[in-house]
Design a protein around this ligand. Structure first.
Ligand code: SF4
Length: 398
């Protein structure tokens, strides 16, 4: 790949820099981005390709990037395979990535190893392999239990396959299972949503991630929207589904610990919780982000350029150092989504005088019941959580 001198110098400095990062931190997460899917879901704007014939070469590049970090057996707190669809990798490909991880990191104390999987990939042989590799948590993309809606979204599994997949995972000893569901689409009625949540309550899952359907540019739905062939789902529809989710969670013993995430007691997602708490992480693979507490970097989101750079022994990435206001705004963006909100003293520590500067805004938001009346934390009450983005913007600094 064509890199100018400055970029090349920056590339060379990265592995060493991130090599030191793990030594400084008690909590370190490793994220591996697998940029392949068998098909493109109509709503999805994640980075992935359907050219699975390149997966072997990509696995080599990913293993090489892991080696570039040369982390001297730094202990990992959590390991997360996301994408894309990590469940499309063959057992041999996954094994090669694990071998590279073991060469560079210590997994003996790693509490959570998650793999994102599509229901159609939960086969007996895959489940057996994943278990043997040490994966102890599955995040399954169910999205809907309505075949018409699944087909409309261009998902390749049926509702029946989802039910069977979750049951099969339990028989292979996967007791930490998270389920992804999408609400608020024009195809999902409130009664359908209620039925999906009731199934989630009894299927054995310990964690739920629930996302509102949004129409993103550069997706099939985005193109249809631009051509006037479909409309955005009305906000009120998603809002009524979200309101029901909040009530349902409280009534059924689910801890709604982050705006889109719920769990049975003791089953919060550790890897993602570390992101939200601002702990460092290393991201491997095209488009993956890394964060060392102050600097953020992100790998190029083009598979062939990523692989080409790896063949040359370099990483193709960009990075930024977060300014004080960036750090504060990020803390607000993640913290306000959490059930316990953000500690005001922590905001003052990042940006001295924050509370004083924002006191009038805080009081105004408390008067509107968009914030709880809490002297030490900024917490959005459950009934106003749907307004989280708007509330966050009001509390940000320039
Ligand atoms: S939603 Fe998941 S399976 Fe579908 S295209 Fe996106 S990453 Fe792939």
């Amino acid at each position: 790949m064509d890199l100018n001198t400055k970029e090349a110098a920056r590339e060379r400095s990265m592995p060493q820099k991130y090599g030191k990062m793990g030594d400084l931190c008690a909590v370190l997460g490793l994220y591996i981005h697998i940029p392949f899917c068998r098909h493109a879901c109509h709503y999805c704007n994640f980075h992935f390709s359907t050219q699975l014939q390149h997966s072997d070469a990509m696995v080599s590049a990913i293993a090489q990037e892991i080696d570039l970090h040369n982390n001297n057996q730094t202990p990992l707190s959590t390991l997360y395979f996301g994408g894309g669809s990590p469940s499309v990798l063959t057992p041999q490909e996954l094994q090669r990535i694990f071998t590279a991880i073991h060469r560079n990191f210590d997994l003996s104390q790693t509490q959570e190893i998650t793999l994102e999987a599509n229901p159609e990939d939960l086969t007996p042989s895959n489940l057996e392999t994943w278990k043997l590799l040490g994966i102890n948590r599955l995040s399954i993309g169910i999205q809907s239990l309505n075949d018409e809606e699944l087909s409309w979204m261009n998902r390749k599994h049926s509702a029946a396959q989802s039910l069977a997949a979750v049951a099969l995972a339990a028989t292979y000893g996967f007791h930490d299972v998270s389920i992804d569901l999408i609400y608020g689409s024009e195809k999902k009625s409130l009664s359908q949503w209620k039925a999906e949540l009731d199934w989630a309550n009894t299927c054995g899952a310990s964690h739920l991630s629930c996302y509102a359907m949004t129409i993103e540019e550069k997706t099939t739905f985005g193109h249809r929207l631009a051509k006037g062939q479909m409309q955005s789902p009305p906000d009120e529809h998603a809002e009524s589904h979200f309101d029901y989710l909040c009530t349902w969670a409280a009534a059924n013993g689910w801890e709604h610990y982050e705006i889109s995430n719920l769990c049975k007691p003791g089953h919060r997602a550790m890897h993602n919780s570390h992101y939200w708490e601002g702990h460092p992480y290393i991201g491997i693979g095209p488009s993956a982000h890394s964060f060392d507490g102050k600097n953020r970097s992100w790998n190029i989101a083009q598979n062939h350029l990523y692989m080409e750079a790896m063949q040359n022994g370099t990483r193709a990435f960009e990075e930024e150092t977060l300014s004080v206001s960036d750090q504060l705004n990020e803390k607000l963006m993640t913290g306000l989504r959490l059930i316990n909100g953000v500690e005001i003293a922590a905001l003052d520590a990042i940006h001295p005088g924050y509370r004083h500067e924002k006191e009038a805004t805080i009081q105004n938001l408390i008067a509107k019941e968009w914030l709880l009346n809490d002297s030490s934390r900024l917490i959005i009450p459950v009934k106003s959580r749907f307004l989280c983005d708007a509330i966050t913007v009001e509390l940000m600094v320039d």
